[in-house]
Design a protein around this ligand. Structure first.
Ligand code: AHR
Length: 491
C-alpha cells in the first residue's frame, strides 16, 4: 500500500465547474440515433414520440446538461430542410461518412428538440459549413428561434411547432480541417466570420457561437484562427481529442488488451492536459480577457469496431479501462473549469465510448455510464483547491500519475471524486480537510481492467457502496484499490 497526503481546502474556491462539462454528442452514425435512441412511434420497443423509453430514462439519471447533434462529420453534409415536414416530404440521402447507408431523415430538427425536452437538456446544433451555404444555416437559425412572421417560421408552424425553441449552442462547422472541408485555418476563419454574421439573435434568444477548433495538438490551427476571428465573433473554440494510443490504422480492441496497452491508454488520455494548456495559452494571446471559452466537443476512446459489426458504424464495447479514462478526463476538465465551458463525450449511445449500448429491445449501461453518474455532484458546483502528493509512477506502457482527484462544493455538500489508475498498487490517501462533515457516504466502481457489461450480464461492472475510509483528527484516511473510481459525498 502506498501512502500519500491529500489536502483539501473548501474555503479556497477556484471556479464553477460548468455542468456542460458532463455533456454528450449524438451523430447520425451507425446505431446512435436510429435504433439506439429513436425507434419511431410504431416500434414495438416502448417509446414516447419515437424515443426509446428505456434509453431516455437511463440518460435522465445522468442529468445530461447538453446534447450535440447532428454530427460530427455528418453535420457538414446535413441539409436540415430534408429533415422537417411529413415523411413523404423528407428527401433521403446517402450517409457517405458512415457506412454509406441511406438516411431517411425521419429524425430531424423537431425530433431532436423533442429528445432534448424529454432529457431536460440544452440542444447544441452543429451547422453545415463544409457543403452548406450561409443562407441555409441562417434560415435554420430563423426556423428554430424566431417568433416573427416569415416563410421559415410559417413553415415551422405548419410542421407542428407554434413557438420558437430556445437554442443557445450553435457550432459553425465541424472538423473543417478534415471531414468538414479540408480547409486551411485562414480559409475557415474567414468563412466562420462570414457565416456567423448571418446567424442572428431573434427576440431574447442569444446564440452562443462555437468556432471549429483544432485537431488534438494542431497549435497552428488555433494560432491562425484566433488571429482572424475576433473575441466578439465567437463565444468558444472547439477541440477534438480522442484517446487512440497506438495509431489510427491499428487502434486495438476494446476488450482484448494487456497491461502495456492499458497504461499506454491512460498515458495517451493524459496528453490532453498539455494539449489543452497549450491551446489555452495561444488563445490568451489573442483574447487576454478570456471571452472565448474552450469546448472539448469530442473526446473518448476510439477502438476497433466489435468483430462482425459494420466498420462504418463504430460500435465498440466499453470496459473498466474506459471508465478510468472517463474519470481521468473529468479530473483534467474540472481542474480547468475557469476556461473549459463544455465537453461532450463521443458518443452517447452505440458509437465509440458510449454510456449506453443497445441490441434490439435490450439495453445496458457501460462502465463509463457509471462514472458519469458518480460525478454528477460536480455539475455546477464550485471547484475547490486540493493538493495531492505526486503519485507519478513508471509502468510498462507509460509513466502516469496513478491517482487523480476533484473536489467541489455545492449547497453545503462536498463531492470528492478519486481515481486510482494503477493496476497493482493500492493507495492510502491521508487526507486533511478544513471543516467538519458529519455525514459521509461513498460509492466505488472497480474491477479487472478488461471487465465489461454484456447483454447477458448487464450488471457485471456496477458501482457498490464504498466504506474503505475512516475518520481521523485531520479528516479522512481513504483507501483506493487498484483500477478504481470512488465518489465520496460529505455533508
Ligand atoms: O465521433 C466520430 C467522428 O469523429 C465525428 O464524426 C468526427 O467529428 C470525428 O472525426
Amino acid at each position: 500500500m502506498i501512502v500519500k497526503k491529500l489536502s483539501i481546502f473548501p474555503s479556497v474556491e477556484k471556479s464553477k465547474i460548468n455542468k456542460e462539462i458532463y455533456g454528450h454528442f449524438s451523430e447520425h452514425l451507425g446505431r446512435c440515433i436510429y435504433q439506439g435512441i429513436f425507434v419511431g412511434k410504431d416500434s414495438p420497443i416502448p417509446n414516447v414520440n419515437g424515443m426509446r423509453t428505456d434509453v431516455v430514462n437511463a440518460l435522465k439519471e445522468l442529468d445530461i446538461p447538453v446534447l450535440r447533434w447532428p454530427g460530427g462529420c455528418f453535420a457538414d453534409e446535413y441539409h436540415w430542410k430534408n429533415g422537417v415536414g411529413t415523411q413523404e416530404e423528407r428527401a433521403t440521402m446517402i450517409n457517405t461518412h458512415w457506412g454509406g447507408v441511406t438516411e431517411d431523415n425521419s429524425f430531424g430538427t423537431h425530433e431532436f428538440f423533442e429528445l432534448c425536452e424529454q432529457l431536460g437538456c440544452e440542444p447544441y446544433i452543429a451547422g453545415n459549413v463544409g457543403s452548406g451555404t450561409v443562407r441555409e444555416l441562417s434560415e435554420w437559425v430563423e426556423y428554430m428561434t424566431s417568433d416573427n412572421i416569415s416563410p421559415m417560421t410559417d413553415w415551422r408552424k405548419k410542421n407542428g411547432r407554434e413557438n420558437a425553441w430556445k437554442l443557445r449552442y450553435l457550432g459553425i462547422g465541424n472538423e473543417n480541417w478534415g471531414c468538414g472541408g479540408n480547409m486551411t485555418p485562414e480559409y475557415y476563419a474567414n468563412l466562420y466570420r462570414h457565416y456567423q454574421t448571418y446567424c442572428r439573435n431573434y427576440g431574447d434568444n442569444k446564440l452562443y457561437k462555437v468556432a471549429c477548433g483544432p485537431n488534438g495538438g494542431d497549435y497552428e490551427w488555433t494560432e491562425k484562427v484566433m488571429q482572424i476571428i475576433k473575441p466578439w465573433h465567437a463565444d468558444a473554440l472547439s477541440l477534438h481529442y480522442y484517446t487512440v494510443p497506438e495509431s489510427w490504422e491499428k487502434k486495438g480492441q476494446a476488450t482484448e488488451f494487456d497491461a502495456v496497452g492499458y497504461y499506454k491508454t491512460i498515458a495517451c488520455t493524459r496528453r490532453i492536459e498539455e494539449i489543452i494548456d497549450r491551446h489555452l495559452g495561444i488563445m490568451s494571446k489573442y483574447d487576454p480577457e478570456h471571452r472565448i471559452g474552450l469546448i472539448v466537443d469530442e473526446w473518448g476512446c476510439w477502438w476497433d469496431v466489435e468483430p462482425g459489426t459494420n466498420p462504418g458504424f463504430l460500435y465498440q464495447q466499453n470496459t473498466m479501462r474506459d471508465a478510468i479514462v472517463a474519470a481521468v478526463n473529468f479530473h483534467i476538465f474540472n481542474d480547468r473549469s475557469d476556461r473549459i465551458v463544455m465537453a461532450n463525450i463521443a458518443q452517447i449511445v452505440n458509437v465509440l465510448q458510449s454510456v449506453i449500448l443497445t441490441d434490439g429491445v435490450k439495453m445496458l449501461k457501460t462502465p463509463t455510464y457509471h462514472v458519469f453518474r458518480m460525478f454528477k455532484g460536480h455539475q455546477d458546483a464550485m471547484a475547490i483547491t486540493h493538493v495531492l502528493e505526486d503519485t507519478t509512477t513508471e509502468h510498462e506502457g507509460g509513466t502516469i500519475p496513478d491517482v487523480s482527484v476533484s473536489a467541489s462544493t455545492k449547497d453545503g455538500t462536498m463531492t470528492l471524486t478519486l481515481c486510482n489508475a494503477s493496476l497493482t498498487e493500492s493507495y492510502c490517501l491521508d487526507t486533511s480537510i478544513d471543516g467538519i462533515y458529519a455525514d459521509i457516504t461513498g460509492e466505488i466502481l472497480t474491477g479487472a481492467m478488461d471487465a465489461y457489461n454484456t447483454f447477458e450480464q448487464p450488471t457485471a461492472v456496477e458501482p457498490s457502496s464504498y466504506t474503505d475510509f475512516e475518520k481521523t483528527a485531520q479528516g479522512l484516511k481513504i483507501t483506493l484499490p487498484p483500477c478504481s473510481v470512488v465518489t465520496l459525498t460529505l455533508k
